[in-house]
Ligand binder design. Structure first.
Ligand code: NAD
Length: 363
């Protein structure tokens, strides 16, 4: 009974365990929900302490993907997979081809993609065994680096937060504190500068910081000083759990809108504290959906233009979330979950009516 009573098992449709003595592959694929379409989600390689820890992680992450794709307006469900082991040991062709066969055995119910500790090369090995893999490099016919789309979606999401908070989505005269100048942060910085915002930035990488100051004319500040900047928007684009008891006290920005995952240290507690403090929080999984939106394009004739257009949808989704949060006096994360659940229920029901038309995978 043990696994069936796991608190993390939230109506998951299917959980597949693989333990192959031939290759040494130890993997779990979790399919949370396929009401809207096949379960898309990354394949993570991690040296988990034990199988229980790996299971907890894959269940939590697959559920998150269901909500993310539903909110993004995509015809995708949520799934995730983990390969258990030291990345230095298990990142071999043999292992990933064995994993590809496992994915293939699910007949398209789960579509794998890159995630923590997996690379385009590994996904290529997976593709040697199955067509059910997405987010490949452009040279392989995939949609390539998702970061420009994540950054654009985050920029669009920030605009909707400005509109909600100040009645205007213009960045002219607005100040933004940007934490993290990585793949997403640098693209986002360009959008903000082009739109007329004044930006203060920080990063642990001194070279990136110096480059941004020299080439883009922005101001730099210390790692801990970023929270207390007197700005309109705080944009976390580096780490998770940075909104916590300490930083909420320091924040002066009335808006938090950035690409980082799991921004709130404690989803319920800090979500409520932000509402009480009058800070508008753009839920991470809604605002950073540009990457998955771009990957979705691979299921059609891929068009970069179409992916950017689809990212514009993030503006309306976030506005719906803010309005629902306000009307029901609930944190924006809770409102986001409700908006996602409504779509899964409403559109999922339609799909039940026309089951044969529900597949999007036609490669
Ligand atoms: P990245 O690793 O390229 O960039 C992260 C940056 O943050 C690096 O420049 C790093 O030096 C900096 N950093 C690390 N610790 C820091 C600290 N304490 N203070 C300030 N800066 C620090 O990652 P990315 O791809 O740009 O993603 C950024 C965030 O967005 C991550 O949380 C990621 O999970 C999330 N995200 C990214 C995408 C995507 O398309 N890349 C999609 C969805 C979500």
């Amino acid at each position: 009974m043990g696994y069936f009573s796991s608190p993390d098992l939230h109506n998951h449709e299917q959980v597949v365990f693989a333990s192959d003595s031939e290759t040494g592959l130890k993997a779990i694929i979790a399919i949370h929900n396929t009401s809207l379409g096949p379960a898309l989600g990354g394949c993570r390689v991690w040296n988990y302490k034990d199988g229980d820890q790996a299971l907890r992680d894959v269940l939590r992450l697959s559920e998150g993907m269901t909500y993310k794709s539903a909110l993004a307006g995509l015809n995708l469900g949520g799934g995730k997979s983990v390969i258990i082991g030291d990345p230095k040991v298990v990142s071999t062709e043999r292992m990933f081809r064995a994993f590809g066969r496992l994915v293939d055995s699910l007949g398209g119910r789960y579509i794998a993609a890159e995630d923590v500790n997996t690379t385009p090369r590994m996904m290529e090995w997976v593709r040697d065994e199955t067509q059910y893999v997405a987010g490949l490099a452009k040279e392989l016919g995939g949609s390539g680096d998702p970061s420009p789309f994540t950054a654009y979606g985050t920029f669009v999401g920030m605009k909707s937060a400005l509109k909600k908070k100040f009645g205007s989505e213009s960045f002219e005269g607005r100040k933004v504190a940007l934490q993290g100048l990585g793949h997403v942060g640098m693209y986002l910085l360009d959008h903000l500068i082009d739109a007329g915002a004044k930006v203060v930035v920080t990063d642990i990488n001194k070279m990136k910081l110096a480059e941004a100051v020299a080439k883009k004319g922005v101001t730099a500040c210390g790692l801990e000083e970023i929270y207390s900047q007197d700005v309109d928007v705080f944009a976390p684009c580096a780490l998770g759990a940075i909104i916590n008891d300490t930083t909420i006290e320091e924040l002066k920005a009335p808006i938090i809108a950035g690409a980082a995952n799991n921004v709130l240290d404690n989803y319920e507690k800090h979500g409520r504290m932000l509402v009480d403090k009058g800070i508008l929080y753009a839920p991470d999984y809604a605002i950073n959906a540009g990457g998955v939106i771009n990957v979705y394009g691979e299921f059609e004739t891929y068009s970069e233009k179409r992916s950017f257009q689809r990212c514009d949808h993030i503006y309306d989704v976030l506005m719906e979330i803010y309005n629902r949060s306000e009307a029901e006096n609930i944190p924006t994360m809770e409102a986001a979950d409700k908006v996602a659940e409504d779509r899964i229920r409403d559109i999922g029901r339609l799909k039940q009516m026309h089951r044969s038309g529900s597949r999007i995978f036609n490669r």
